[in-house]
Design a protein around this ligand. Structure first.
Ligand SMILES: Cc1cc2nc3c(=O)[nH]c(=O)nc-3n(C[C@H](O)[C@H](O)[C@H](O)COP(=O)(O)O)c2cc1C
Length: 444
């Protein structure tokens, strides 16, 4: 049960959701109350093949970036950035921006996953229910984000791992809200602070699968350190990677119908293949930063990881083809009223490590500064033509691409190429309203 303002009723109707009951709330009472949901029955929906998934990344895996990735891979499963469930009720009239999906129907099933963050069952249920209007293959609950705003004051993300029964109740509420139409998965760490034994990880999996009906766990193979005020970036670097624990889960739950995806530190298709070969029952691998840093490299994913043999898999598009297709999409999005600035960031690293890549980013930033975001979006192809040599524009991805020494050189030179180092003027969030910032300003 929850409270809604009268003004929001129209927004609920716009997305086809029934308006929740209006209740009198005593002063000081919590905004939401929810009865503990009954354990959800296991979901019967056939899971999609998640051999490769692109990780949820705040400020990066927006619908425009996912569109770019869909141009490169028709098979990879693409996770949204975390959508904070409590913010959904304030954005019901404008959900397309947060919930918009790529066209993943080419292979018979949607291939986008909505990631939600929160610890309030009613809010997560509302946000899950709203997802029914979009072609998602699953909804994922974030139990791995270590940032202070999320796992500290927000009391969700990684801190949820300390309360497996609550996570189970949240997942059950989310499954109930969709009537079992969408599988609910959980993305977690291997532990939190000193609660980092394999037994505790198993206890988490046991409780969440038994009480929440969850069948798929995506495990970032590092623990989250919450008691030392590490930045989220340090929490992705400092805790050691322990992929062997995820492989152990795969082996231990082989007969229990649970699926596990390994995340953390995978930086090539070769790495991905090696992890999949190490445990043939592994549901898949999830890659985050490397995809952001060099998206074009993943044009080979359909062939290398899914064994696709169609024309596109055999001869993936060139960078020029991808940019042209993305530019056409961006122009269409402008006509539909999408925010201009958010359309630029996805192509930021399209020429990563290649001649002209740095010039492309700089010229784009200059156009943005001098003429505004709309002009920069409309100039994407011209900027590339002016800065990037033809041979780079027409070359196809090289799956044997080394782990780019240029990348290291660029990093050393402080050039904004890697995740979290966007160049001046390229920050997609600068034109957001206050309510939208409420969603955007969480960092995972
Ligand atoms: C910029 C950035 C934003 C992230 N945002 C999220 C998020 O919204 N939800 C989440 O579960 N994890 C988030 N993560 C963590 C990634 O999903 C992933 O677990 C982590 O980067 C480890 O994978 P990798 O080594 O392949 O990058 C984020 C990571 C980065 C770099």
């Amino acid at each position: 049960m929850m409270l809604v303002s009268r003004g929001r009723a129209r927004a609920y109707a716009a997305v086809g959701l029934p308006r929740p009951a209006r209740l009198a709330r005593p002063r000081g009472a919590p905004l939401c109350t929810v009865a503990a949901p009954a354990p959800a029955p296991p979901v019967a929906v056939a899971p999609v093949d998640e051999t490769l998934s692109v990780a949820p990344m705040m400020d990066y895996t927006c619908r425009h970036f996912r569109h770019l990735m869909r141009l490169l891979s028709s098979r990879a499963v693409l996770y949204t950035e975390m959508v904070v469930a409590n913010a959904v009720q304030h954005n019901l009239g404008d959900l397309e921006r947060w919930y918009g999906c790529t066209d993943g129907h080419e292979h018979g099933a949607p291939r986008d996953v909505l990631q939600l963050g929160g610890s309030d069952a009613a809010m997560l249920a509302l946000a899950s229910r709203a997802a029914l209007a979009y072609p998602y293959s699953a909804i994922n609950l974030n139990c791995g984000c270590p940032s202070e705003r999320v796992a500290g004051s927000g009391a969700f993300g990684a801190s949820l791992m300390r309360d497996p029964a609550h996570v189970a109740a949240l997942c059950a509420a989310m499954a109930d809200a969709t009537g079992g139409a969408l599988p609910i998965s959980v993305k977690c760490r291997i532990g939190v602070d000193d609660d980092d034994s394999y037994e505790q990880l198993r206890a988490f999996v046991d409780a969440v699968s038994a009480g929440g009906g969850v069948r798929h766990f995506i495990v970032h193979a590092r623990k989250a350190i919450l008691n030392m005020k590490l930045s989220p970036a340090d929490n992705r670097k400092i805790p050691p990677l322990r992929p062997e624990l995820v492989h152990a889960l795969v082996a231990d739950y082989a007969g229990a119908g649970l699926r596990f995806t390994l995340n953390g530190g995978i930086t090539s298709l070769t790495d991905a293949r090696a992890q999949l070969d190490a445990s043939p029952r592994l549901a898949g691998v999830m890659i985050g930063r490397d995809v952001i840093n060099r998206p074009f490299y993943y044009a080979h994913a359909d062939r290398v990881l899914y064994g696709c043999a169609d024309a596109r898999a055999r001869a993936p598009p060139s960078r020029g083809d991808v940019l042209a297709a993305y530019a056409a999409y961006a122009r269409q999005q402008l006509q539909l009223g999408a925010r201009e600035s958010g359309l630029l960031k996805p192509v930021h690293n399209l020429f990563h490590g290649e001649a002209g890549g740095r010039a492309f980013r700089r010229q784009l930033a200059r156009t943005l500064d001098e003429h505004g975001a709309r002009a920069a979006v409309l100039a994407l192809e011209d900027v590339a033509a002016a800065c990037v040599p033809d041979r780079v524009l027409s070359a196809r991805a090289d799956e044997r691409a080394p782990d780019a020494p240029e990348r290291e050189a660029e990093r050393a030179a402080g050039v904004g190429v890697g995740v979290g180092t966007s160049s001046a003027g390229m920050d997609a969030s600068h034109s957001l309203s206050h309510a939208e910032r409420g969603v955007q300003s969480y960092v995972c």
